[in-house]
Write a protein that binds this ligand. Structure first.
Ligand code: ZN
Length: 345
């Protein structure tokens, strides 16, 4: 449950500004029409024409400032219903002081609009009614629990940083649910099959990119940054894509110059090797998907034979990977079974 917090109190006359052009103009995958609509509309976020717009319900704070409550509520509902996200409430920069739950001895660092209200790992919910109630008690930003939601979010400190990384390895960032932020973008992906990735940047270290996965959260769309920029979805209708294999591979790699924790052998941990095999399947093109699934299944079979991996886990992860790239359930099952039979498992 999310409990009520301090009452609403925006500064007199304060309104949500429109997102700055710096926050919206540089997304290479955003259609021009979307960017134009975002800039020209008085509604800052989640403002696609149609149902979202008609639900807009600005209210007046006691001091007279306009608070666009409905933007955050709509974003939360949308994320919960369409994307299965678990969300919670976060401090809002319009409040007179941080609403974040800071522990004794760990005072607020003064950053506004980002600190969770309450214990977010406990409070995050996928119940639209619960989050609507929590968000309408006063100005709140929206937090998204990446772990519970099965999400992996790339958080750019500089606009274009993620695209630059992808280009540097000859890849392209796939179209997926994306939110513009004060400095760059949040690019959302589904976690890969198998053990979820955490907040480690792996090979993306030092490139102006943060990663939020298991154990992490991001401030969600409809929220307002302390600079006044609003976290704005590029297109609210875009689905969250599976994490591409090259990204999974990069995040599982050791940062340059450091050995990877948990690497038990010279070949890396079984978990890391399984993840590498799955990454190859996730990047497979039509025509090579079945071959790569078979190859990954053979690698898994070796690990099962060496008692590094249990068969049920391997089959579950490989099945998910095969389905994620569009192979039929029968084909997936037959391919994995064939590889395991060949290894006499
Ligand atoms: Zn705080």
């Amino acid at each position: 449950m999310i409990t009520p917090g301090p009452g609403p109190a925006l500064a007199p006359g304060r309104t949500h500004p429109e997102p700055s052009s710096a926050a919206t103009a540089s997304h290479p995958t955003s259609a021009p029409a979307q960017a134009t609509a975002s800039r020209s509309s008085a509604l800052p976020a989640c403002n696609k024409p149609g149902t979202w717009r008609t639900m807009h319900d600005p209210r007046r704070s006691p001091e007279g400032g306009t608070v666009r409550w409905a933007d955050t509520v709509m974003c939360a509902t949308r994320l919960q219903q369409l994307q299965g996200a678990f969300v919670f409430t976060v401090d809002h920069p319009g409040l007179p002081r941080c609403a974040g739950a800071h522990r004794p001895g760990q005072p607020c660092d003064g950053t506004r609009g980002k600190h969770p209200y309450g214990r977010w790992t406990r409070d995050s919910t996928n119940d639209p009614d619960a989050i609507r109630a929590a968000l309408t008690r006063g100005p709140r930003n929206l937090g998204i629990d990446c772990g519970k939601s099965g999400l992996l979010v790339i958080d750019e400190d500089a606009s274009g940083a993620f695209d630059h990384y992808a280009e540097s390895i000859g890849r392209v960032v796939p179209v997926t649910f994306t939110v513009t932020t004060a400095k760059g973008r949040h690019v959302y992906f589904r976690q890969p099959p198998g053990t979820p990735l955490g907040n480690s940047t792996g090979a993306l270290s030092g490139r102006g990119i943060d990663v939020r996965g298991r154990g992490g959260y991001v401030v969600g769309p409809g929220s307002i940054h302390q600079t006044g920029v609003i976290y704005t979805p590029v297109d609210v209708t875009t689905a969250i894509a599976p994490a591409p294999g090259w990204l999974v591979h990069a995040l599982g790699a050791a940062p340059a110059g450091r050995s990877r924790p948990g690497s038990g052998t010279r070949h890396g941990s079984a978990q890391g090797r399984l993840r590498g095999a799955v990454a190859a399947v996730l990047d497979a093109q039509p025509g090579e998907r079945n071959n790569l699934l078979h190859w990954a299944s053979c690698r898994a079979a070796e690990m099962i034979a060496a008692r590094e991996l249990d068969r049920a886990t391997a089959v579950g992860v490989l099945t998910e990977a095969g389905k994620a790239v569009g192979l039929g359930p029968g084909e997936v099952q037959a391919t994995i079974a064939s590889a395991l039979r060949a290894a006499a498992l």
